[in-house]
Design a protein around this ligand. Sequence first.
Ligand code: ADP
Ligand code: ASP
Ligand code: MG
Length: 446
Amino acid sequence: MSRFVRSKLLVQKYGGSSVATPEHIRNVADRIIACQAEARHMVVAVSAMGKTTDQLIGMANQVSRHPAGREMDQLLACGETIAVSLLSLALQDRGVPAVSLTAAQCGIRTDGSFNKARIANVETGRLVHELESGRVVIVAGFQGVTSDHEVTTLGRGGGDITGAALAAALQAPVCEICTDVDGVYTADPNAVEGARMVPELSYEEAIELAASGAKVLHPRAAEICMQYDVPIHVRSTFHRRQGTWIRGGVMENAAVVGITSDKKIAKVTLLEVRDEPGLAAAIFRDLAREDVNVRLIIQAAPSHDRNRITFVTDNDQVDRIEELARTWRKKKIVGEVQVDLDVAKIAIVGSRIASTPGLAARMFTALAKVGVNIDCISTSEMKVSCVITRSDLDNAVRAVHGEFFGTARPAAPRATTPTRRPSTSRPARKVAAKPATTASKRRSAR
Ligand code: ADP
Ligand code: ASP
Ligand code: MG
């Protein structure tokens, strides 16, 4: 038995690309052993291997037209369960006592919202017991369990949330997010070659970057760590150099800390909306009831007692919107509903965006110089975002990144396999995101 001492605890999370193959898993086991030299206790959250979650979703789509809900979570959680068992086996094979735990075994309690559950609390009893017994605790990321013993998942990329929740519940001195890039960059380093790593970010900057498309960290993970005052260290799985620290008390970063992009959006335009009090309320109440995530709303000034309302949402929510559109048309609330999937969003993010004049103008000028037309604009305290045509996105990101951070060229391919020695290997290259199957369609919902 070794008494649990919080200050000697290291919580790490390894993402899917870090455990993509058995060779990757052996390397992660070696890395954990190397980290044990500095930490007495280790709790490690792990994602499903490589593209396992996508493959499971693909299979579900082959047997069901709308796979969702309980069975989907039951299925998707399996990916993480496989990964934790393998990592625990690899550690035991190296003579290191380790135990793998599912979310249910670990006590990660969530609400009952399948596919997007939120963590209510993490019971630390079993975790502390295992740590005091001298075991490395390997926890399945992304999973949760309800008070009725149902398995839930936290939403795509939710492994980060598990890592953060474990670190917060155990009051760990740090939550390490170990991934396939060296840290948080000024733009996706796999898309923009000139992107630079940012050594330090405030929680707010990290949340805004993550929420507007920087996939390297889940915004809810940063929110949890901000709430519980746990610093996050986003770093590479493949070497031990410092990455990006996210913590409180960061004084003055540049006004713009990063450029983000998001291809998984849809633009919805409601034409000929009756200009009457309460109709916008009814429309957005319907959207909220259907759990449609609305991210930007623009209403044009009315003409002939009719309004035009445009909003941006996630591209996987258009089926629900089209369903609602039918009822709105039937009730004569709107004339026509257009859904545009041929769009993408680009944003500049920083904590001093609102207080620094001229940033939006610089962004728009950079876009104009490369002939990119802006469809919609929205601004907030910490970001300026523009909806543009999807095929313009790569060009737009390079141009805007060049304006704020210097010249950038398309990224060159990188190695995908780690070497046996974590300290010398290169980060694996992320395969460029595939366009959504529904992309480049413009359609009118009838
Ligand atoms: P993991 O499997 O470790 O969870 P993810 O694929 O979820 O990793 O996130 C890492 C990826 O995030 C990187 O490979 C990179 O392409 C992408 N990314 C997007 N924006 C950024 C950014 N600003 N900084 C770093 N990586 C980013
Ligand atoms: N495996 C889950 C996903 O692919 C969770 C994660 O990787 O963080 O979304
Ligand atoms: Mg991730």
